[in-house]
Design a protein around this ligand. Structure first.
Ligand code: AMP
Ligand code: ZN
Length: 115
């Protein structure tokens, strides 16, 4: 899929509306359109990286920024103390639907166990 057709690239470019919660030179974060928890934000690299399966050492800075942005967003949205879950679905068996790497930040309720 080309970046022109990528829904998250188009959200980052402002071509598709989103409820943005954070943006810097490395990552953009916006509310998930189909939330599964009271707080459900997607944090995405501004660069098109299809998935963790395509990540290289060159991506380490932006991958680190996903986590520090998550900490900051969790504080801003009031779930840092109560806790939250970060999820990165990868590939078919991982349930990845959008092939632009993204981190789900989930919180605001007691989340069930995985699996
Ligand atoms: P995944 O299954 O990990 O690939 O997650 C993709 C997520 O993107 C899903 O939770 C969708 O609800 C979300 N999503 C798809 N399109 C949009 C959109 N236009 N704005 C916000 N979230 C979206
Ligand atoms: Zn993309």
């Amino acid at each position: 899929m080309s970046e022109r057709d990528c829904i998250f690239c188009r959200i980052i470019a402002g071509e598709i509306p989103s409820k943005q919660v954070y943006k810097d030179d490395w990552v953009t974060a916006f509310y998930d359109i189909n939330p599964v928890a009271p707080v459900h934000v997607l944090i995405v690299p501004n660069e098109h990286i299809p998935s963790v399966a395509a990540a290289t050492p060159q991506h380490e800075a932006v991958l680190g920024r996903l986590f520090t942005a998550a900490r900051r967003i969790a504080e801003d949205l009031g779930v840092a103390e109560s806790g939250f879950r970060l999820v990165v679905n990868t590939g078919r068996d991982g349930g990845q639907d959008v092939f632009h790497l993204h981190m789900h930040l989930l919180g605001g309720k007691r989340l069930g166990r995985l699996g």
